[in-house]
Ligand binder design. Structure first.
Ligand code: CUA
Length: 187
């Protein structure tokens, strides 16, 4: 009699353990699916931005044709800098922005993947053909920053870099605001 009761008790323990094992297996399976889905999602697009653009016709029209490259002040007081990263230069090669201003960099590439990094700042992203990379930042004081390409983009990679010149807001108004798309290339 006592053995039968023991056996029933053990059976009950068995069943509840099995139930817990199913619950844990479900949780593990759910996490596994989440890992796979997010992995595939982020592998299919660059993390900085999801804006697509036709890389083969950048020079013909639209935001990244040559006349639109450079720094444009916005009605809300921020600045938008449009940059083309190509083998083996950045256009413009001398970027000028006002200090103490919200700055949005928008960059794209017509050829291969390039790197977009502004030394001593938080700006660091990839420029992938077919997408617009967008980075927002703010420069607290005037100065010059190097902007080297940091993705190997073939033989001319080491020579691919630009300068970012941060000037006082009032100097920017005086010297550059008259150009609708400012740069410091000819100065
Ligand atoms: Cu462009 Cu390295």
């Amino acid at each position: 009699m006592a053995e039968a009761a023991d056996a029933r008790a053990i059976d009950g323990v068995d069943r509840s353990e099995r139930r817990w094992a199913y619950v844990v297996a479900l949780v593990v399976a759910f996490l596994f699916v989440v890992i796979i889905l997010t992995g595939v999602h982020w592998a299919a697009q660059p993390p900085s931005n999801v804006e697509a653009i036709d890389a083969s016709r950048l020079h013909l029209s639209g935001e990244f044709m040559e006349a639109n490259l450079g720094t444009a002040m916005q009605p809300d007081g921020s600045a938008v800098v449009r940059v083309l990263a190509q083998q083996y230069s950045f256009v413009p090669a001398c970027i000028v922005v006002p200090a103490e201003t919200r700055v949005v960099f928008r960059a794209t590439s017509p050829d291969v993947v390039h790197g977009f990094l502004i030394a001593d700042t938080n700006v660091n992203t990839m420029v992938v053909p077919g997408f617009v990379a967008e980075v927002r930042t703010r420069f607290d004081k005037p100065g010059e920053h190097l902007m080297p390409c940091h993705e190997y983009c073939s033989t001319g990679h080491e020579g691919m870099w630009a300068r970012v010149k941060v000037v006082d807001r009032s100097e920017f108004q005086r010297t550059y605001a008259a150009q609708p798309r400012a740069n410091c290339e000819r100065r």
